[in-house]
Ligand binder design. Structure first.
Ligand SMILES: *[C@@H]1O[C@H](CO)[C@@H](O)[C@H](O)[C@H]1NC(C)=O
Ligand SMILES: *[C@@H]1O[C@H](CO)[C@@H](O)[C@H](O)[C@H]1NC(C)=O
Ligand SMILES: *[C@@H]1O[C@H](CO)[C@@H](O)[C@H](O)[C@H]1NC(C)=O
Ligand SMILES: *[C@@H]1O[C@H](CO)[C@@H](O)[C@H](O)[C@H]1NC(C)=O
Ligand SMILES: *[C@@H]1O[C@H](CO)[C@@H](O)[C@H](O)[C@H]1NC(C)=O
Ligand SMILES: *[C@@H]1O[C@H](CO)[C@@H](O)[C@H](O)[C@H]1NC(C)=O
Length: 703
């Protein structure tokens, strides 16, 4: 009886507190409540590790039987009402891959294109279920041509080759992984005239120490699998979605997708560090620049072309498959039609211990904590939706299809999207966000203990190497926040521990790697879940949304300065942009004052009046981000509607502010025509108008 009684007392004490807090709102609820503190105390690293172990038992490529098993696991592990959405989307699988080297100095060599698992790794027993190494959506074809070496395959690397007199046309390009999105490596090579592309993991980048399983580094046979699709979502339904089972869907043909430049028109393969080195030995000609060389002891890298000739042959199967997103919903008590979304993907190239299921494990652990809060009487003010996406690896397909399908409802109701892809790569806290969330993220990080040093908070370790917390922005395209931010303008966050890891997208991304190197105590997993959950709880429970647009205005001004410097001496004026940012800042100051006044004047108003006032203010704060989107989208990349944040044109992983202005400047610098500069000015005006719209939304009244 005693424990029961204690629990009851605890319950009623909390309920009383909650009642008090609700009555005193909004004065008190704009901060952490006892429920939020309780949420932190419920962290369970053993739960996180157990979920990860289950999720990574088998490889689970999107749409495979094993992926559906993982989906069932997530569905049944969510302690809230859960459901799935299914889409019919174009995925890609390898049928035939071969690579042979013909060099004057040795006999023809046929590469095995196989990764070798360590027998001491438990995952090695099911290694045969992993997909053969390939590039998803690679072009089907066979090419026999001499090799050239193009470093990281960036635009500047091909420019360098040209300046050195190396003609890449008609060759097979050998490029290193590591600086840009692999789809852009292939595209850049194709633009330079290459007939095929081989992308390898150089020892200097991926094998700096002992190889897995003795150390964390990529074994010499390790290969980074991945997609080379350059757009988002199902390639055949750009901008809309096709539910599985739907009889008639409009679809774009593969030829059309290739013509648009979103799928390559030359074959490519990912290869290992060992195979890359073998190919280097067969390339002659000019010695490559010093910084293009490999590690000490590596053969001298030369640029080619030839004399080594390769036969690169790839046959793929692009085929419609059913993918499955999984959701759990915790309905809001007072504003059920306002959504706080938390998302992570489930599908993996191989076992996915880091990418992405460290995030899935954190999401499930977090959901258990929320369930315990619910048992103690908590109910969120707004609706919380936990999302588990499929087919992220192929091109952010699950999240993008869902956002496209639900675009109008999400546009009017989504408060925020909080993404975690891989929760843990290693040490160090990394945060990206739209800037109105900066202050909340900083506050939350002060509440969570540093998993690597219990005598300080996460905030202390986060700022240890900087004067202010380094928060990145969400212009890059690498993970599931893209559709939310860049297509429909929902304020978003992306969280992780660590920043990249050497066994990325290889068969070695498994439970043993995580247990030995990524997070031996699973304390980083729970630290991510703590920040993730705490930020979600504040956004779901605060009477007035904890958004601060002053930090947005400051950020926009800083970005404007850097792009202006980039364009120094060019015949364009940034003053319309600066002027609109001033409007935004004024509006942000006013809305913050309004928020404060609402809190201070609370006792003088009737509850009813305050409720509608609060709702109005929240709508201003929620919708201001939407105003940064533009119906027309970025010029030539219309799916991207956000004019402040979008990916760089030549590197999907590269984050850009003002991508439209940036693209236009690049073009104008090349052509230097009056018309091109006028277009840059047009893009500046367009962004300025969007920023002005955002300030009008924040002001909350018609002109
Ligand atoms: C490169 O080679 C191709 C064909 O081999 C040729 O058509 C092209 O003109 C060359 N480009 C340069 C810049 O020499
Ligand atoms: C290249 O290799 C493929 C086998 O994968 C073979 O069918 C093709 O004939 C070869 N091409 C040449 C030109 O040797
Ligand atoms: C391509 O994949 C589909 C399944 O989605 C399968 O039915 C078909 O046989 C595959 N084609 C080849 C050539 O393997
Ligand atoms: C742990 O944090 C404390 C307090 O910030 C600091 O003094 C100490 O140096 C840290 N220890 C390590 C190993 O970083
Ligand atoms: C959980 O953390 C505790 C304390 O850091 C540690 O002793 C334990 O081994 C961890 N559990 C797991 C499953 O890693
Ligand atoms: C661009 O064109 C203008 C005149 O039209 C000229 O003054 C300027 O030097 C040119 N700039 C470059 C970088 O070629």
């Amino acid at each position: 009886m005693k424990p029961l009684l204690q629990r009851f007392q605890f319950h009623s004490l909390l309920s009383t507190l909650y009642l008090l807090i609700t009555i005193c709102a909004p004065l008190i609820t704009s901060s952490f409540t006892p429920y939020h503190t309780l949420f932190l105390s419920l962290a369970s690293n053993s739960s996180a590790s157990s979920h990860l172990r289950h999720l990574t038992r088998l490889p689970h490529l999107s749409s495979s039987y094993e992926d559906s098993l993982a989906a069932s696991y997530v569905l049944s592990s969510f302690p809230f009402p859960s459901h799935s959405t299914f889409y019919s989307t174009l995925l890609s699988f390898p049928i035939h891959r071969s690579l042979s080297l013909f060099s004057p100095s040795s006999a023809p060599f046929h590469f095995s294109l196989t990764q070798i698992p360590s027998p001491s790794d438990p995952s090695s027993t099911v290694f045969s279920l992993t997909v053969p190494t390939f590039h998803a959506y690679a072009h089907t074809g066979s090419v026999t041509a001499p090799l050239t070496y193009a470093y990281y395959g960036r635009v500047e690397d091909f420019n360098k080759l040209r300046s050195l007199g190396i003609n890449v046309t008609g060759t097979v390009v050998l490029a290193r992984y590591g600086k840009i999105y692999r789809g852009d490596i292939v595209k850049n090579a194709q633009n330079a005239g290459a007939l095929g592309v081989l992308v390898y993991s150089d020892y200097e980048d991926y094998a700096k120490g002992e190889a897995f399983p003795a150390g964390p580094w990529l074994p010499e046979s390790g290969v980074q699998v991945g997609s080379v699709f350059r757009a988002l979502g199902d390639p055949t339904t750009p901008g809309w979605s096709c539910t599985a089972g739907e009889e008639e869907c409009e679809r774009v043909s593969i030829e059309e997708i290739v013509r648009r430049g979103d799928m390559p028109s030359v074959p490519s393969l990912p290869i290992s560090g060992k195979d890359g080195e073998e190919l280097h030995k067969a390339i002659g000609g000019q010695v490559a620049p010093d910084d293009w060389q490999g590690r000490v002891g590596a053969p001298v890298y030369r640029l080619g072309p030839g004399p080594g000739v390769v036969n690169l042959t790839y046959i793929g199967n692009e085929t419609l498959r059913t993918i499955q997103n999984v959701f759990a919903v915790i309905e809001g008590r007072e504003e059920p039609d306002r959504y706080v979304l938390l998302g992570n993907h489930r599908d993996a190239w191989t076992f996915g211990a880091v990418d992405p299921n460290s995030g899935t494990a954190a999401l499930l652990e977090l959901s258990e904590r929320l369930y315990k809060l619910q048992k103690k009487g908590w109910k969120p003010r707004r609706t919380i939706i936990l999302c588990n996406w499929d087919a992220e690896e192929y091109g952010l397909i699950g999240s993008t299809e869902w956002v496209e399908e639900n675009r109008e409802l999400l546009t009017s109701r989504a408060v925020v999207y909080l993404n975690v892809d891989s929760a843990v790569y290693g040490p160090g806290f990394y945060v990206s966000a739209t800037p109105q969330l900066d202050p909340l993220l900083i506050e939350a990080s002060k509440m969570v203990r540093d998993p690597d040093n219990s005598s300080q908070t996460l905030y202390n370790s986060w700022i240890s190497s900087a004067s202010s917390p380094p928060i990145e922005r969400l212009g890059g395209g690498g993970t599931d926040f893209a559709a939310f931010v860049q297509h429909i303008g929902v304020p978003s966050v992306d969280l992780a521990f660590g920043n990249g890891y050497p066994v990325y997208h290889s068969i070695y991304d498994d439970y043993l790697w995580m247990e030995k190197f990524g997070d031996p105590m699973f304390q980083r997993h729970v630290a991510v879940a703590s920040v993730w959950g705490l930020v979600a709880l504040r956004l779901a429970d605060d009477e007035i949304l904890p958004f601060d647009y002053i930090s947005y205005a400051t950020e926009l001004k800083g970005n404007a300065k850097s792009i202006e410097e980039e364009a120094a001496g060019c015949p364009i004026s940034f003053s319309p942009l600066y002027k609109s940012i001033e409007y935004l800042k004024t509006a942000a100051v006013n809305v913050n004052a309004e928020k404060q006044a609402l809190e201070e004047n609370f006792w003088g108003h009737s509850l009813r009046k305050d409720k509608s006032k609060v709702r109005e203010l929240n709508d201003q704060l929620m919708m201001a981000e939407r105003a940064f989107t533009d119906r027309e989208g970025l010029s030539g990349r219309e799916w991207y509607k956000h004019l402040i944040y979008g990916p760089s044109k030549y590197n999907d992983y590269g984050s850009k502010s003002y991508p439209g202005i940036d693209d236009a400047i690049e073009e104008a610098k090349k052509s230097n025509t009056t018309e091109a500069w006028r277009f840059v000015q047009h893009e500046i005006y367009r962004v300025a108008r969007a920023v002005k719209q955002a300030s009008l939304v924040l002001n909350g009244g018609l002109t």
